[in-house]
Design a protein around this ligand. Sequence first.
Ligand code: HEC
Ligand code: HEC
Length: 228
Amino acid sequence: MMRRKTLIAVALAAVLILVAAGCGTGGLGNRKADKALGKELFTSKCAACHVLADAGAVGISGPNLDDAFAEVRKHGFKESTIFEVIDKQIKYPTGRALYDPEREIHVNGPLPTVQMEPDIVKGGDREAVAAYVASVAGLPVKGGGGGKIVSTDGKELFAQAGCGACHAFKDAGSSGAIGPNLDATMPSRAVVVQRVTNGKGAMPSFKGKLDDDQIGAVADYVSGSAGK
Ligand code: HEC
Ligand code: HEC
């Protein structure tokens, strides 16, 4: 997609200027960062909103990080530069994927809906996540299997599809506040199937991400456990 490329190019240009001016985090922390820790942190803090095949992450509220950085790698940018981009994004989320400067509109509608909070992880943890993502995003996955949800268990699906990033739901231990608290609204099975299939407002459609059986399973789970 042309527009996507332009946005990434703009972001990279900004980062390169920062690095050239000596404001970058520096390559050392990058190389020393603990990628195993980074992967763990990614799974708990980032996976609900992003696709990243190496981590088996399938969230769809934020951009697909494999697609985004495959594009960046094609342009010949090095891992250390990609590290800088991710490190900066965690410190200062731009909202740029939702805002198209060429057309001066928000791509997903009049107002950004889902926002990435700044400083989800800090300091060494942030460097670990950034180093991990920079080392795997957009590269083919060894053994494959990532990026696609295969579970058929409703509770597992609720976690893997990132429902909890937006919804509070006691049985799943989640406290997201972008969508309604499902223990309070206690939706029927039919309502869950409808919303998950078609989305509404800030809620994305999961059609194509979850098949009909998986949507049925997550609907059984939510309607059966809500308010308990
Ligand atoms: C609540 C959902 C949410 C969570 C959690 C989240 N992100 Fe994001 N992320 C987004 C959204 C939405 C965008 C696009 C808007 C923006 O740039 O702020 C984004 C953008 C990004 C980008 C820029 C991608 C591009 O194509 O320009 C990177 C890199 C990124 N996130 C990494 C992370 C990492 C690493 C974490 C965990 C520390 C994380 N995100 C956690 C929603 C999320
Ligand atoms: C990016 C945030 C986001 C994600 C991810 C998300 N939702 Fe939602 N959801 C919302 C919002 C916002 C609404 C309210 C939509 C409206 O009515 O305008 C909503 C509404 C719903 C409703 C209707 C609630 C009611 O009783 O009226 C159900 C059920 C629901 N979501 C279930 C899920 C399930 C299950 C998942 C995971 C497969 C999921 N949601 C993922 C944001 C999200």
